[in-house]
Design a protein around this ligand. Structure first.
Ligand code: 9WO
Length: 248
């Protein structure tokens, strides 16, 4: 019951507050499909804060040259601190996150934790990044969504928000559907098939047409294990370790 109340809570839904120099990039892809519908129904909320509104000098500068020389520009710590201090409440139900290629890699376990925090304040950097001192001074958690450099943190914020929103109560139709999914079992997904059959001379595996639910379940498990072993030896080792300790 309390879960239901929380899930349908419309006064204080799960909220993403994005600090960015490009607020027009939001909601972007989050305005359509599943996250878009959930946004319209008030299952979550999106706020943007334009970092430039907190630039204090007459030219509204948000960046400056790096001390020590080198290419590009660095985002000023004073401007970002003003934006953060005007935005964050400092409450327990809030996380301050800086999307950065230097961050801890995002995974499904961290996504589960983040979707249980009432409000995420997401800092999107531009240029060559933030002055290190503001990361330290405001205790920003650095999170990466992959080993590549983007032109700014905004697409990474979209990825993080999308991963969280689909786990919120009421967003995806059947919550049991999520449990069996990739990464919840520690394995990649088994292959999927639908009509028509055959298609371009390719047959759907016979077992899926057999109606033997137990054989289908076993086949899917084997496929998931095989594809994980071949493509992601890192996930496969972790899965093997986890299932070994569980069965002993
Ligand atoms: C650019 C650059 C150029 C020359 C020398 C050093 C440099 N570092 C960077 C850089 O890291 N730029 C970032 C651009 C600064 C922070 C915002 N940007 C960003 C975030 N690019 N990629 C991400 C990101 C965030 C989360 N997960 C993956 C990538």
């Amino acid at each position: 019951m309390s879960e239901e109340i929380r899930g349908s809570q419309s006064r204080f839904p799960w909220t993403a507050t994005v600090l960015t120099l490009f607020p027009e990039m939001f909601p972007g892809p989050l305005g359509g499909s599943l996250p878009g519908k959930a946004l319209e129904s008030g299952l979550w909320a999106l706020e943007t804060v334009d970092i430039r509104d907190f630039a204090s000098n007459k030219h509204r500068n948000v960046d400056d040259a790096p001390f020590g020389g080198g290419p590009g520009m660095v985002m000023r710590p004073d401007v970002l601190a003003s934006a953060l201090d005007a935005t964050a409440t400092g409450g327990e139900d809030e996380a301050l996150i800086y999307l950065s290629p230097r961050g801890a890699p995002l995974n499904q376990a961290r996504v589960r934790e983040l979707c249980a925090i009432r409000r995420l304040v997401l800092v999107c950097g531009r240029f060559e990044g933030l002055d290190e001192r503001v990361i330290q001074a405001r205790g920003l958690e650095e999170i990466s969504v992959g080993d590549y450099i983007l032109s700014g943190g905004e697409p990474a914020a979209v990825v993080l928000i999308d991963a969280c929103v689909r786990l919120l109560p009421g967003v995806v139709g059947a919550p049991e559907g999520l449990v069996e999914e990739s990464f919840e079992t520690g394995l990649l997904e088994y292959p999927q098939y639908t009509r028509p059959n055959p298609w371009e001379g390719r047959d759907v595996p016979e077992v899926l047409l057999s109606g033997h639910h137990e054989r289908v379940r076993q086949w899917r498990k084997e496929q998931a294990e095989e594809v994980t072993r071949e493509r992601r030896p890192d996930l496969w080792r972790r899965h093997r370790r986890a299932t070994q300790t569980n069965e002993e």
